[in-house]
Ligand binder design. Structure first.
Ligand SMILES: [Zn+2]
Length: 242
């Protein structure tokens, strides 16, 4: 049962640029810091199934490994392909295993790696039907919309941030990859950044729509994952919006 084995392994990791965020204080022999207090145990890895995060510092890409195949959601800023490749390697995979690449929306910090990746990866590439034409590529993007399924994942229309913005829901474990419909880089769960939102009214509606779903974990485009009380956080956010 390769799937179960993957599920029990540690799931979230950082790769590439994310590693640079770790400060190593060594050589401070005279003033050693006290030992770190025991921290709370991390949430059960089973809650996020086989999803893996590639932390590209400013933005994240996500990998879903199932058996010998991989789906990738978002490709980061231009040049992110190397860090995503490291993430694949850390998961015991390679670009050859990637069969599906889903782009949540047209912005450069999510499709930046597309030019390089589409040259070397034999995969199907997907984006929301209203964003497809804004993404310049030779990849042969397939338009997707609410109700479509890719690799067992449900496409959820979440317009607002862009008109063709989509999120990806994994019904096997309740994981939502939210793109920029939701973010946590403000320190808590928040909706689309108003500075980059095409239609704020639709963006708020999309949050309310997501709040009605049975979501167990949120993997946002910007900021860390929400692994505890994701549905509750989402409902409180939705209630706070006009
Ligand atoms: Zn973004």
């Amino acid at each position: 049962m390769p799937d179960a084995r993957l599920t029990r392994r540690g799931l979230f990791f950082t790769a590439g640029a994310g590693v640079l965020g770790v400060a190593v204080l060594s050589g401070c022999d005279s003033a050693k810091p006290p030992p770190a207090p025991p921290s709370a145990p991390p949430p059960s890895p089973a809650e996020v199934g086989a999803w893996k995060r590639v932390d590209l510092s400013y933005v994240s890409a996500y990998l879903l490994v199932r058996g010998n195949e991989v789906a990738v959601v978002d490709l980061g800023t231009p040049g992110s392909e190397a860090a995503i490749e490291e993430g694949l390697k850390a998961a015991g995979q390679s670009w050859a295993a990637v069969k599906h690449v889903i782009l949540t929306h047209q912005h450069d910090d999510h499709v930046g790696g597309l030019a390089e990746v589409s040259k070397v990866v034999r995969a199907s590439f997907y984006a929301g039907i209203l964003d497809v034409d804004s993404i310049i590529t030779d990849a042969g993007l397939k338009p997707v919309k609410q109700g479509d399924e890719v690799f067992g994942l449900q496409i959820i229309d979440t317009p607002g941030h862009t008109l063709g913005h989509i999120s990806v829901f994994d019904p096997s474990n309740g994981v939502l990859v939210s793109g920029d419909a939701l973010r946590t880089n403000t320190g808590s769960l928040t909706g689309s950044d108003p500075r980059y939102t095409t239609d704020p009214v639709r963006a708020a509606k999309s949050v309310k729509k997501l709040a009605k779903m049975d979501i167990k974990a949120i993997l946002p485009g910007h900021g860390g994952p929400v692994l505890v009380d994701a549905a509750g956080e989402l409902q409180r956010l939705a209630a706070s919006l006009a």
